[in-house]
Design a protein around this ligand. Structure first.
Ligand SMILES: NC(=O)C1=CN([C@@H]2O[C@H](COP(=O)(O)OP(=O)(O)OC[C@H]3O[C@@H](n4cnc5c(N)ncnc54)[C@H](OP(=O)(O)O)[C@@H]3O)[C@@H](O)[C@H]2O)C=CC1
Ligand SMILES: CC(C)(CO)C(=O)C(=O)O
Length: 300
């Protein structure tokens, strides 16, 4: 039996920092069509959560959780990259055969795996520069505003997008989203593992010749591999340097995962470049060395 879900009602799987932030955007845009949260256990926990906005105001928002009678037609997955496949597997019997699924995580590789595993679902790929973190299970802090872009493998805007609630909350359609995602991976692959190796903030990578030369070597290999894959990124070193300067005081997401003994997403950043290197027969010795060193201290 199906409960009273409405057309286009979004489910959000992964009630972490980004999941709750997007929940709050959708809820505030249309409280009559609240998004539905899905957690790992498929059983709701908290009934409200607190959101600290960028201007330090605190709002309390109600939560509606997934129920096993639901048929999911629209899903946003906001787990970490290594949790995406298991998350969709756990939901596969509740997803409509032609469900729309937006994957919103860092890194690459998992998106193709999802599309290959479930060819009938309509997958969309996204990336966000919003910043958020969890203070507790039901407390989220919106640390910095950013933008969220989505697209698909075909670059064709679907009909649903024109009336989508996602437009109301400022999400933007991005032609060639894959180019955007490859650029992000190239930047992450040059910064994130090094912040774990040197136990430093992003900006401190620019402070010594040793760190800079490793960063350059990673960029050179990434450039060759991504060019072979059809995504040549010009001036990658200066793009990486600019981001490291702009986020100078930040600890990268991988550093934070390592510092909190969580699995990092490096397998879908440097690991993705290594996989493409093998595919195109291009050696990636710096990525290999850096990943081997990071593996001694972090969960890859
Ligand atoms: N936070 C940020 O500022 C930004 C994050 N991103 C990216 O967004 C993605 C999400 O990041 P973030 O929100 O910080 O990560 P979090 O770890 O805070 O959130 C992930 C959530 O997914 C849950 N989860 C794991 N497996 C499942 C499952 N099978 N079903 C349902 N829920 C599940 C986790 O629960 P559990 O705790 O039980 O594992 C957790 O609540 C990452 O790829 C990240 O790199 C991108 C830009 C900025
Ligand atoms: C751009 C950068 C490196 C900012 O910290 C990031 O995306 C991350 O930490 O994952």
């Amino acid at each position: 039996m199906q409960t009273s879900l409405q057309d286009h009602q979004w489910h959000i799987a992964g009630p972490g920092a980004i999941g709750l932030l997007i929940h709050s955007f959708l809820y505030k845009a249309n409280p009559d069509l609240p998004p539905i949260l899905v957690n790992r256990s498929l059983q709701g926990t908290f009934t409200t959560y607190n959101l600290t906005n960028c201007d330090q105001k605190i709002e309390t928002l109600p939560v509606q959780w997934f129920e096993k009678q639901h048929h999911i037609s629209h899903l946003i997955v906001t787990t970490k990259s290594h949790q995406v496949i298991d998350c969709i597997k756990a939901l596969s019997s509740y997803l409509q055969p032609d469900a729309t699924i937006l994957l919103l995580h860092n890194g690459l590789g998992v998106q193709q795996q999802a599309i290959d595993t479930w060819p009938d679902f309509h997958f969309y790929l996204g990336t966000t520069t919003e910043g958020a973190w969890k203070q507790a299970d039901n407390i989220v802090v919106h640390a910095g505003t950013g933008d969220t872009r989505l697209g698909n493998f075909t670059n064709k805007q679907p009909q649903w997008w024109l009336q989508s609630e996602l437009r109301d909350i400022g999400f933007m359609w991005q032609d060639n989203i894959l180019a955007q995602l490859h650029l992000k991976v190239a930047i992450n692959a040059a910064i994130n593992p090094l912040t774990i190796l040197f136990e430093c903030q992003n900006g401190q990578l620019l402070a010594s010749p040793d760190r800079l030369s490793l960063m350059r070597a990673l960029c050179e290999e990434t450039y060759l591999v991504l060019t072979a894959e059809g995504y040549p990124i010009t001036d990658l070193v200066s793009k990486v340097t600019q981001i490291a300067e702009r986020t100078s005081a930040n600890y990268s997401s991988s550093y934070q995962d390592w510092a909190n003994q969580r699995k990092t997403e490096l397998f879908s950043m440097n690991g993705y470049i290594q996989t493409l290197g093998k595919k195109h027969n291009i050696k990636t010795p710096t990525h290999d060395k850096v990943m081997a060193e990071v593996a001694k201290k972090a969960i890859l």
